[in-house]
Design a protein around this ligand. Structure first.
Ligand code: SF4
Length: 315
């Protein structure tokens, strides 16, 4: 071991001046310092396994091989993953163990390696994928809230095959209040531009499983449906109809939103859902999904339907 608790082979992975995400804290994580996300010298993973609730092109039949990383670079007050994204629970894994996790997911028949919020850990993730790929590489999915540093995306350009990226807000004041991410809108839009230019439209194999490309998720947040509309319009105007768009209606009050004032303490209304569904029809994307409206109180989630006239294949 070169430093306390850090295997020799990983000694160079922790950034000495961390700018992995747009917060650009500049802290020396190699020396044990921590920045805004509190990530330190080795990855923390809360859980992993086949996940059947992603978009059909990712979940397929056998599930998406999902790895949930701790220490998110956003702080959403409604986050359903807050025990690990913000409370940072999980197990510390080195590169070797992380590669074993990826091998396990491959052996389980998963269609891809789906890295959920991996940004503070990208050097280790990249190394683990290189190791695990010796036994057969699966498409790597970068599952992100969209708040990404383009320089980091460029640095790890060879890692990701499928970008599964949120465009969560269209107003920075909302982003600041709900996610403590005051420069979200321009930052996420710039990142999405890069992702689309780099990875292109969604491509699927003969079984309808994603091989590469961008899927952009737009979450309908209660009281903020107008921002979902604005984001959809931006995608259509600035990226084009070829982007695979996944509109998410699954919002449930969680974490601090449960005790918050309206509107965050409720599910989306049918009226909000209908406004966004009408926009999806009008904007006529080539490809995408929209979750079914599940009611204003029910807890069942993730029933996808295709927008009229769309397909799973990218243009
Ligand atoms: S990954 Fe964490 S430490 Fe690095 S810049 Fe982002 S918030 Fe700061």
């Amino acid at each position: 071991m070169s430093r306390a608790g850090v295997p020799d082979g990983e000694a160079g992975l922790a950034p000495e001046h961390c700018t992995l995400c747009p917060r650009c804290c500049g802290v020396n994580r190699a020396a044990g310092a921590t920045g805004w996300c509190r990530a330190s010298r080795q990855p923390v993973v809360f859980r992993y396994g086949p996940h059947h609730g992603e978009e059909p092109v990712l979940s397929g039949i056998n599930g998406s091989g999902t790895v949930f990383f701790s220490h998110c670079t956003m702080a959403c007050c409604y986050c359903q993953n807050h025990p690990w994204s913000q409370a940072c629970r999980g197990d510390v894994l080195g590169v070797e163990r992380l590669a074993e996790v990826l091998a396990d997911l491959r052996e389980a028949g998963c269609h891809n390696w789906n890295m959920v919020s991996p940004t503070p850990w990208l050097p280790w993730v990249n190394a683990a994928v290189e190791t695990a790929a010796a036994g057969g590489r699966l498409p790597v999915v970068m599952n992100t809230g969209g708040y990404e540093n383009v320089k980091t995306l460029e640095r790890f350009a060879g890692l990701t095959d499928v970008f599964l990226a949120d465009l969560r807000y269209a107003d920075d004041d909302t982003a600041r209040r709900l996610s403590d991410t005051a420069d979200y809108t321009a930052t996420a839009r710039q990142a999405l531009r890069w992702m689309y230019e780099h990875a292109g439209a969604l491509q699927v194999d003969d079984d309808g499983i994603a091989r590469s490309g961008l899927i952009c998720r737009v979450l309908i947040i209660p009281g903020y449906a107008s921002e979902a509309l604005e984001s959809l319009q931006w995608i259509r105007d600035c990226l084009g109809a070829g982007v695979a768009v996944s509109v998410m209606a699954q919002y449930m009050p969680a974490y601090r939103a449960i005790e918050s004032a309206p509107p965050l303490n409720r599910r989306i209304s049918y009226g909000e859902y209908e406004r966004v569904a009408a926009a999806v029809d009008r904007l006529d994307f080539d490809c995408g999904w929209m979750q079914e409206f599940e009611g204003e109180t029910e807890e069942s989630l993730i029933g996808y339907k295709m927008p009229a006239g769309s397909s799973t294949a990218g243009s």
